[in-house]
Design a protein around this ligand. Structure first.
Ligand code: SF4
Ligand code: SF4
Length: 310
């Protein structure tokens, strides 16, 4: 199985990064992914994994393969985490549960422990230290995993419930459904937060998508540090490569990072993307660009594997 994560930089651009009008997609990572989904689909099985938090759905640049693939969801599975429940009759107010909780999810009020579920990380520590057995656990739904198919592509996504702050357990559930063969594309959220780390962990290759702008460079340097810490091979793709300046190129040269693709600043791409079309299908002349990019990534993955095997 090849698991490929793509996404690096935040899609929120500062006003002065470019004189161009703001376009849906920012650094274009989502745009890139949706073009790959349909590339050469006779050779590979493609999957998109998406973890969307409904509460921040409006944020530009969230994983958005769903929009382009328009999958038909065939199965929905609830994802739960255990949260503590206190039996007031057994609680003596000793506070040991409060003391061990490093997330401040328990307080002792009027002689009884009170759990704030929204802060709980389901570590189970409080139940272990409770001397009276007053703490039991109940399952709490944090979201759902949806599986289906769109445009001939197997599709899995996680939907986090509004208000839930902890997405890594949901992402893990999504990744468990990676098929045993074929190529899986993991569509990461922007930045380098916990969901990104969880999405990238265990993948074979990471494609960092950025723009040649000061903001793009800033995000890229942080993303590179993160991916290096996770010890996953990676390369860079420049979107809107003909805007901005040379600093991303200079940085990549100095850090010995490959730039394996450059996507031009083409208004037709932005327009197709903003209307939810698969660009590789809408713009035939763009297809070779992304096909070539995919082959380079697969070659890089193979190269890494051979290096590990030797
Ligand atoms: S399970 Fe862990 S995080 Fe949750 S309340 Fe207990 S100690 Fe805190
Ligand atoms: S550790 Fe158990 S007995 Fe002590 S305050 Fe917490 S729930 Fe109550």
């Amino acid at each position: 199985m090849n698991t490929l994560a793509y996404r690096a930089s935040s899609s929120v651009r500062r006003k002065n990064d470019s004189d161009e009008p703001r376009r849906k997609g920012g650094d274009g990572c989502g745009c890139l992914g949706q073009r790959w989904d349909r590339q050469d689909d006779r050779r590979h099985q493609y999957c998109i994994y998406r973890c969307a938090e409904w509460a921040v759905r409006y944020v530009s640049g969230e994983p958005n393969g769903y929009i382009f693939l328009r999958p038909k969801i065939r199965m929905t599975t609830s994802v739960t985490l255990p949260v503590p429940v206190v039996d007031d009759g057994k609680c003596n107010g000793c506070g040991k549960c409060k003391d061990i909780c490093r997330f401040g999810a328990i307080a002792v009020l009027a002689g009884n422990a009170v759990v704030f579920e929204g802060l709980c990380r389901s570590c189970g520590g409080c139940g272990l230290v409770c001397p009276t057995g007053a703490i039991v656990e109940r399952p709490k739904e944090i979201g759902v995993v949806e599986e289906g198919e769109g445009c001939g592509v197997a599709f899995v996504q996680g939907r986090l419930r509004i208000g839930e702050a902890v997405s890594p357990p949901l992402i893990r559930e999504v990744k468990k459904r990676v098929p045993a063969c074929g190529l899986a594309v993991v569509d990461c959220p922007p930045g380098t937060s916990c969901p990104v780390v969880e999405s990238v962990r265990g993948t074979d290759f990471v494609l960092l998508v950025t723009e040649p702008t000061p903001f793009g460079l800033h995000d890229l340097t942080i993303a590179v540090e993160t991916v290096r810490a996770l010890d996953v091979p990676f390369a860079v793709v420049l979107n809107r490569a003909d805007v901005g300046d040379e600093r991303v190129h200079e940085y990549c040269r100095s850090e010995n990072i490959d730039i394996i693709g450059e996507i031009p600043d083409d208004r037709r791409i932005a327009e197709a993307y903003s209307r939810g079309f698969l660009v590789a299908e809408k713009l035939a002349d763009c297809k070779p660009l992304f096909h070539d990019l995919l082959l380079k990534v697969l070659a890089a993955v193979e190269h890494t594997r051979q290096g590990i095997a030797q």
